[in-house]
Write a protein that binds this ligand. Sequence first.
Ligand code: PAF
Length: 286
Amino acid sequence: MEIVTTVTELREKIKNWKREEERIGFVPTMGYLHEGHLSLVREAKKRSAKTVVSIFVNPKQFGPAEDYQIYPRDFKRDADLLEKEGVDLIFCPSVEEMYPAGYKTYVQVEDLENKLCGHSRPGHFRGVCTVVLKLFNLIQPDEAYFGWKDAQQVIILKKMVGDLNLPVKIRPMPLIREKDGLALSSRNIYLNSQERQAALVLYRSLELAEKQIKDGEKQAAKIKQSMIDLISAEPLARIDYVEIVDVQTLDSLEKIDGDALIALAVYFGRTRLIDNLRFISGVIEK
Ligand code: PAF
């Protein structure tokens, strides 16, 4: 496994692989890897000749009051995990390598970036799209893997790839949970034991929504309110949003009579967790 930190070195490796017409699978990450990330890596390995993982805590996607400085980092552990998975190359640039002094160019997916997480994280998706487009340009992957955990990110990146005619296929992969239902996230490390316990209410609220949908409830407002009531009964939970939206436009739905995304963001102490359930072609995925 090669570890590359500069654009020049990376371009050289990619040029050689492209000359050999190797299919490249790419998993962008911010490190502190968990089973969710590794599931993406395994899928990439299965489908491509070469697998690249980037590890870059992207400052452009954190707001000024967010956790950029304290975001968990453990490169040695990440590299060991990726070596075991048989990854071909890790790209782990410095901030200066990605954004040299005088950097000025950004990518925005209008409208979608302001919905759901966009309200409380202005500029977040602009940062995500910018770094992902840069990484796509550098790595030139045939396929790129993202977890459904960040459903809005998947939907926005698909839109960016379509709108900009990028020659890469976005492959969203299932959300991975702990045995007790908590969605895997690098940020779970911030939770103390009471918050960790309280956070199970997220999965319970999604299960409640699932049951209502299965029982034939179509009114989005009713499902949403029952989720809000359940989460609000947990004293350590502070709701940022609970929304039921169209999976393409992210506009609120009144009725669930086709595909829908039920997405939520809830604070436990200072930690903001997101989770979701997707109802697509009559099948519930969570
Ligand atoms: O999902 C993430 O970890 C990040 O948003 C990504 C896609 C690696 C971009 O920094």
